[in-house]
Ligand binder design. Structure first.
Ligand SMILES: [Zn+2]
Length: 489
């Protein structure tokens, strides 16, 4: 059968480390960059008799994620032990949630800007292509980090016990592009709401994908193949493209699929069978006797006060309040920090459209060229507004402003006007400049006549002549305007 005769069903389980100071069930510091096995205590090392406490912020952040994604929050949520034996979990069980998770249902919006670049994006309304149904979101603890070497493995328990949110979709995705858009959208929302840094390269967000094929029209789903711990959106997309092709070929050849887990090797570009799939009952889940269930009502109330604006609402506001073209608004919301930079530049007094143009084009290009992240950018939004200001008042041209930006990049304390003066650009005294223009025109009467006769190109030559003589250097645009008005009068 051709691939189009099969219906593809994809489900995603996304693990997201929640940004908190401390771990989920003890007071150890959470986070990266510490010497191995230094942020540990009897609780997260699973010592006998050590008891757990709850990290309320992690619970709150999970509820916030649920509220943003339209989940319902059950009044009571409880903790369960998922039993397994592996060196990354010294307790021999992971504290997780099975049947009463913190968030149930809900959906993730797929925005047009979250689809992979250079692919055909489906039609959207207000930027939203469609919503992907969620099954639930639960909270658990991360396992320790294992690093494997040729003859041995090392384990770092610093990561063990980090609050980890698991966002489980319904089997409601149908293409690798949708899976990519889903991950990108989730990542954006996590960052927007300050729930997680969600950096997939750092393992702060990881994803398990599952995919099954069934002949079009068949009611029950096909056998599910799962690939775990995929660490980038494009790798998830590649893994799905490969797996859909592999399953199509096998089904066509009459090979039935068996529910199983495969490992995606992104370098080889293929998936390798690991094991046939275990089921939930293999983990002997049981209610955690150490931790009392959570009554969610007071936390839901607290979270209600800090619900941030979602990307689509922000995009609409940019178009409405700042009169930005839709394309600019889309570019800005696709990067939350760039968008905040833009808004702060406008608050510092820059006209919105000009600010958007500078932020999207000039600033982004300069950052890329200098391999600098926005967080490390020495130009503040106020400084950028200052630079835009001296373009607007005619002190410098846009090209000259780029040089001013370079000066401020090196010496961020300098204001735009003094940086411009240092470069020899100064707002011209309009009287003196007009005098200079008139004298240059006087000396070049022949050219003036040709301009009057319709040779517009010579205006640039005249502007050049004025620029050559002028000191300090005026804005060439202003000079051209003066030349034109002098010639007309
Ligand atoms: Zn600890």
């Amino acid at each position: 059968m051709p691939a189009s005769d099969y219906e593809v069903t994809i489900g995603l389980e996304v693990h997201c480390q929640i940004r908190t100071q401390t771990k989920m069930f003890c007071a150890c510091r959470a986070g990266f960059g510490y010497a191995p096995n230094t942020n540990v205590c009897p609780t997260c090392l699973g010592m006998p008799g050590a008891l757990s406490t709850l990290n309320v912020r992690a619970i709150e952040r999970t509820i916030l994620a649920g509220r943003l994604l339209g989940c319902s929050i059950p009044p009571i949520s409880k903790w369960d032990r998922k039993n397994y034996f592996y060196p990354d979990m010294p307790k021999n069980y992971q504290t997780s949630q099975l049947d009463l998770p913190l968030c149930i249902g809900g959906s993730v919006p797929l925005y047009e800007w979250t689809f992979p670049a250079n692919t055909e994006v489906p039609a959207s309304e207000d930027g939203i292509v469609r919503h992907v149904k969620l099954d639930h979101i639960h909270l658990e603890e991360d396992a320790a980090k294992l690093t494997h070497f040729a003859g041995f493995s090392l384990v770092d328990y610093n990561r063990g016990g980090t609050p980890l949110m698991e966002i489980v979709s319904a089997p409601d995705l149908h293409t690798p592009d949708e899976a990519y858009a889903y991950l990108k959208s989730l990542q954006q929302i996590m960052v927007y709401a300050d729930i997680s840094n969600a950096d997939m390269e750092k393992g702060e967000m990881r994803c398990d994908v599952n995919v099954s094929l069934r002949p079009r029209g068949q009611k029950e789903l096909g056998e599910k193949i799962e690939m775990k711990n995929i660490n980038s959106m494009s790798a998830a997309r590649r893994a799905l493209i490969y797996e859909i092709r592999r399953q199509t070929e096998e089904l066509d050849a009459g090979i039935a699929q068996v529910q199983s887990t495969r490992r995606w090797d992104d370098t080889l570009g293929e998936s390798i069978i690991m094991r046939t799939k275990e089921n939930a009952h293999d983990y002997r889940y049981h209610t955690c006797p150490d931790l009392i269930p959570v009554r969610t009502a007071p936390l839901v109330e607290r979270v209600q006060e800090c619900i941030p604006e979602m990307p689509d609402a922000r995009r609409q506001r940019l178009i409405r309040d700042y009169m930005l073209p839709a394309a600019d608004a889309t570019t800005l919301v696709s990067d939350a920090s760039l968008c905040s930079f833009f808004e702060r530049t406008v608050q510092a007094g820059a006209p919105a459209r000009k600010a958007a143009n500078w932020v999207i084009n000039t600033l982004t290009a300069v950052l890329t060229e200098r391999e600098t992240s926005l967080a490390d950018c020495p130009i503040s939004p106020a400084a950028l507004a200052d630079i835009i200001g001296i373009v607007e008042d005619g002190t410098v041209s846009t090209n000259q402003a780029r040089e001013v930006l370079d000066v401020i990049w090196r010496t961020p304390d300098k204001d735009a006007s003094s940086a411009a003066a240092e470069l020899g650009y100064k707002k011209a005294d309009s009287g003196a400049l007009e005098e200079l223009v008139r004298s240059v025109l006087e000396e070049n009467q022949d050219m003036v006549e040709l301009v009057r006769a319709g040779n517009a190109k010579l205006v640039n030559a005249l502007t050049g002549k004025v620029m050559k003589t002028a000191n300090p250097k005026p804005n060439p645009k202003l000079v051209t305007q003066l030349i034109l008005s002098c010639i007309k009068s």
